[in-house]
Design a binder for this molecule. Structure first.
Ligand code: SF4
Ligand code: SF4
Length: 92
């Protein structure tokens, strides 16, 4: 079974409140590389050209923390979702 197929086995209970906050002003003023878009394994980050801001679809987060490490400008505030919310990994 490939990785994409395995990921479909997981369940996510989405919280209406995002556990990821982005400082849009930092993105606009300092970032040219936008690593968050490339490193997220769930492809949750997307640059909104019209609004000139990075947006993230927090409900699909796999809680790997890669985006937090990859952002070189400290534009992200990241915490685990509240208890009972977030990804539930299923193995086998
Ligand atoms: S890598 Fe960081 S600073 Fe750059 S667009 Fe993403 S969140 Fe913003
Ligand atoms: S923690 Fe991982 S899955 Fe969640 S938004 Fe960041 S890179 Fe994507």
């Amino acid at each position: 079974m490939d990785v994409a197929a395995k990921l479909t086995k997981n369940a996510i209970k989405a919280d209406a409140e995002s556990h990821i906050a982005i400082d849009a002003e930092v993105c606009r003023a300092k970032c040219t590389e936008r690593h968050c878009e490339r490193v997220c394994p769930a492809a949750l980050y997307e640059w909104n050209a019209e609004a000139q801001r990075m947006v993230v679809e927090h409900a699909g987060c796999l809680e790997c923390g890669t985006c937090l490490v990859a952002c070189r400008h400290d534009a992200l505030s990241w915490k685990y979702p509240k208890g009972g919310y977030g990804v539930q990994y299923r193995y086998g």
